[in-house]
Design a protein around this ligand. Structure first.
Ligand code: GAP
Length: 452
């Protein structure tokens, strides 16, 4: 893992204009589209296409498996996006979830003051034209019920964490958990960002994967370190390059109002080192605030000693969309193969949207029929597969390389004679012949070998 501010080798590693290339590949192959594109798009919202939805689903499932299914001390929840408006008063979001907004008097574009590098407008170039900053609340507001007035205001949640805090008592009372234990949730969050951008890096609608781990005060610092190390290990298990990964511990002036300690996991994207996960020691800030506002006790009573306390919370919070962008940048490679250039997404096989593509070498001599049978067989074993008989075999391989498909299976003349097919490896390009009857097991074994 990188421990310096700069990692020139990793940065130089990126092909020129990688972000443009990624955006174009994502559209071309059906990973990510601009929202409402036929209407000219809508600001900073993206839609996931057939491959994108599979990739996102695989990342989400891997996180859930790691954080919930493999642990006996974490439970899952799925809370509503709309919550009681007092939740956001207690959490501090109504008062403080703001960014300083300035407007250029010349071109009327708006910017976040804290992200400006000088007094020059990044849009029109005029100097000293910014208005005084005003605090702009990032929460989207809407109305609940038939009357649209101040008493019916509700917010689209700007983080999933509060849905966990307000369910602390419910989960504690309905599960057999004792402190220390955690609650995990995956879901949409909404922020009316002033300066979104860099594709899906900062958007107005996104998905978070968050976990709050409730601990006894005094044990929080140790748990903070434990969760930091677990999160780093998981991220590495997805194949994230270590020279593009670093930890950024927050200094006292960077800490959020609710945090005693915090560390970000950062990845070196083409536009610099950027946070994609935050781990916070939130102390008893949230539970105490909700206890005061709601009037409901959110203490924990230790069964054997009768000791009462409001638990401290260690939070791990990662943006699913932002992680997907990191994984795409991490996977993107351009290389020469047999005198031809290819683009390949070296996604971890467990995350790849399609696990295997099946091709008949030619559209005759019984090859399409055999390939279709193989496709069906693999589908029945819950593997995502893709059948393709159009274009030269080379072009079909290239299409799958761009989609990140780890294995391509080709039915050829020899298949008709001896029942074997070729299996081509996306990364090594090595081809082996495998009897059709053993194909399922062969692929399963290789996917598992890759840590699937
Ligand atoms: N509950 C804590 C919390 O929400 P945060 O640092 O504001 O903390 C956590 O957000 C993660 O959510 C970030 O590390 C990032 O991955 C993701 N995230 C936040 N704002 C985002 C945005 N506008 N677009 C995409 N992802 C975002």
């Amino acid at each position: 893992m990188s421990d310096t501010n700069e990692a020139p080798s990793a940065a130089q590693d990126y092909p020129a204009d990688l972000m443009d290339k990624l955006v174009s590949l994502c559209k071309r192959r059906g990973f990510i589209f601009q929202s409402s594109e036929i209407y000219g798009g809508v600001g900073a919202v993206y839609d996931y296409g057939p491959l994108g939805v599979e990739l996102k689903q695989n990342v989400r499932a891997s996180w859930w498996e790691e954080m919930v299914h493999r642990r006996d001390d974490v439970e899952g929840v799925d809370a509503g996006i709309l919550m009681h408006p007092d939740v956001w008063v207690a959490s501090g979001h109504v008062e403080g979830f703001t960014d300083p907004l300035v407007e250029c008097r010349n071109c009327h574009r708006r910017f976040r003051e804290d992200l400006l590098e000088s007094d020059q407008c990044p849009s029109c170039g005029m100097k000293e034209q910014f208005t005084e900053a005003r605090q702009f609340n990032l929460m989207f507001k809407t109305f609940m019920g038939a009357v649209e007035d101040s008493t019916s205001v509700v917010y689209l949640r700007p983080e999933t964490a509060q849905g966990i805090f307000v369910n602390f008592r419910n989960v504690l009372d309905s599960s057999r958990q004792k402190i220390p234990f955690g609650i995990a949730q995956v879901g949409k969050a909404f922020r009316n960002e002033i300066t979104p951008g860099n594709f899906t890096f900062r958007t107005r609608e996104f998905e978070q994967m968050e976990m709050q781990f409730f601990v006894e005060p005094g044990t929080d610092e140790e748990w903070f370190e434990t969760w930091r190390d677990r999160r780093v290990a998981w991220v590495k298990s997805l194949g994230i390059r270590e020279d593009r990964l670093r930890l950024h511990p927050h200094g006292p002036d960077e800490l959020a109002h609710y945090a005693k300690d915090a560390v970000d996991l950062e990845y070196l994207l083409p536009f610099g080192w950027k946070e994609f996960e935050g781990i916070h020691n939130r102390t008893d800030f949230d539970l105490t605030a909700h206890q005061e506002k709601s009037g409901k006790k959110l203490e924990y009573v230790e069964a054997h000693s009768g000791k009462r306390f409001v638990p401290y919370v260690i939070e791990t919070s990662i943006g699913l969309d932002r992680l997907v962008l990191v994984l795409l940048a991490n996977a993107y490679h351009e290389e020469e193969v047999e005198g031809e250039s290819r683009v390949v997404l070296r996604l971890h096989p467990k995350l790849a949207p399609i696990k295997a593509a099946v091709f008949p070498l030619v559209k005759k001599d019984g090859m399409p029929e055999i390939a279709r049978e193989i496709e069906e067989d693999l589908r029945r074993s819950s593997m995502t597969v893709f059948y393709d008989e159009s274009g030269s075999i080379g072009r079909r391989y290239r299409r799958q390389d761009e989609a990140g498909t780890p294995f391509c299976i080709t039915v050829d003349g020899q298949t008709v004679e001896d029942g074997t097919v070729t299996v081509r490896d996306r990364d090594t390009l090595e081809q082996v012949r495998v009897p059709t009857s053993e194909l399922r097991a062969h692929l399963r074994e290789r996917l598992a070998g890759a840590g699937s």
